[in-house]
Design a protein around this ligand. Structure first.
Ligand code: NIG
Ligand code: FE
Length: 420
């Protein structure tokens, strides 16, 4: 049992059973000032006001009805710091080899993402590097990124394949993601994104067929199937085929849609019951309509809008239309070389004009929903995993995106354990 006491602001309290926030609910979250929170067996046991904290009970004896035990508890004095749910990052490509800093210079000199890709750079460049890199080395390089993300407060991470671009190398990536999943305290979800770009040596049609054919093997590792359904990459028809093949193997879709063009990706994703459709930098009313009444979480990636200089998703309009919005980092070497969810939250506020509460919901509960994890993490709810951030004294929710570069973290708890 760990007791965190003297919490200045306990933020992100959500009743059990609420799996996502939509529309006006995005502006709401439970807040308790001068609070305590108890952790037991890796989970949130209970919380309350300091004024109501039971004291002086016999050692080890639970105090009903709060369930807070006596003085044998290990207690941490938050000294007025804030406690909030750890960030959830529902869209990353952090398993990649090396770096693409050469392309960064091309970008500075004026080439667009599409122009870099058309010259054989971009995703194909990462695929060549990955092919030459041993599985152990790929694991080590990727683990360094995961450690950095956890250290910055991320407690649940979705990781995609998609730099293999042939069956053998896609499976190599999926094995590395599984190894990461088994070795970190963060929750990891695995997505098969074979259809990220057409691999070298294939025609477009041959490649789509190869990815359809390997779906049963991929499904041994993956929770989800993804397709880069966008101009110059994969069509709505390709996506239809790949998602049907995924569904036959029990894989639910998460789609890359509407980053480079109005691609039809949102509609095909919703039609296939996608858990999320992601990017959405270029959407109109038709996409909003397609999402209404669906189980699909629109997920926006402000880090790639920032890095590529493309439009930010229209989060406020989506919310105004009654939809939920999740935010994720898209951490990858080409369009978003950062997995810092606090910065994502700040971009949500500064560039998308979300309020800090809306941005918090987008970066925690809704992003957990977009990984199918919002029943076990993503909010301050008794019974959920104790994936928590304890800040330094003096922090409030509004200061988090406002003072967007000032160090704020004191301790990251994942599954109730302080991160080393
Ligand atoms: O989500 N858009 C497609 N895929 C990634 C970029 C991958 C890369 O450039 O390596 C993205 O932005
Ligand atoms: Fe992506």
């Amino acid at each position: 049992m760990i007791l965190i006491k003297n919490i200045g602001e306990l933020v992100g309290i959500v009743p059990a059973g609420v799996l996502r926030k939509q529309g006006a609910e995005m502006a709401e979250t439970g807040v308790l000032r001068d609070a305590w929170l108890a952790i037991e067996d890796g989970k949130i046991k209970a919380f309350g006001k300091m004024a109501d904290l039971p004291v002086g009970k016999p050692v080890g004896e639970p105090v009903e009805p709060t369930g807070i035990p006596g003085p044998d508890r290990e207690s941490i004095d938050a000294q007025g710091g804030m406690v909030l749910p750890a960030f959830c990052d529902s869209h990353t490509h952090i398993v990649y080899a090396g770096s693409r800093d050469g392309e960064f210079l091309d970008k500075i000199n004026g080439l667009s993402y599409e122009e870099i890709a058309a010259r054989g750079g971009g995703i194909l460049n990462s695929s060549d590097l990955l092919h030459e890199t041993s599985e152990d080395e790929l694991y080590e390089q990727s683990m360094a990124r995961v450690r950095e993300m956890m250290g910055k407060g991320t407690g649940a991470i979705e990781i995609k394949s998609g730099y293999g671009l042939n069956p053998a190398d896609e499976l190599k990536m999926l094995r590395v993601i599984r190894r990461i999943k088994e070795s970190v305290p963060a929750l990891v979800r695995v997505t098969f994104l074979g259809a990220h770009a057409v691999g070298r040596g294939y025609t477009h049609e041959e490649y789509v067929q190869a990815m359809v054919d390997m779906m049963p093997q991929a499904a041994e590792y993956a929770d989800f199937v993804d397709v880069f359904c966008d101009e110059g990459f994969f069509t709505v028809e390709d996506t239809d085929r790949l998602l049907a093949a995924g569904a036959a193997c029990g894989l639910r879709p998460k789609i890359h849609a509407n980053e480079l063009a109005v691609s039809g990706g949102v509609q095909v994703g919703v039609r296939h019951g996608a858990l999320s459709v992601d990017h959405l930098e270029r959407t109109g009313d038709a996409e909003i309509e397609a999402l209404q009444g669906s189980e699909t979480m629109p997920t926006m990636l402000p880090g790639s809008s920032f890095f590529l200089g493309i439009p930010f998703g229209r989060a406020k309009e989506f919310i105004g239309a009654g939809l939920g919005v999740a935010l994720a980092s898209d951490y990858n070497p080409g369009s978003s070389p950062s997995g810092d969810m606090r910065f994502v939250m700040a971009l949500g506020c500064i560039r998308m004009r979300l309020t800090p509460v809306q941005a918090l919901n987008a970066c925690t509960l809704n992003s957990a929903y977009a990984m199918g994890l919002s029943d076990i993490t993503g909010s301050i709810t008794p019974g959920k995993r104790a994936d928590l951030l304890l800040t330094r004294p003096g922090w409030t929710l509004t200061k988090l995106p406002y003072l967007y570069q000032t160090p704020f973290l004191r301790t990251v708890f994942l599954g109730g354990q302080p991160l080393e």
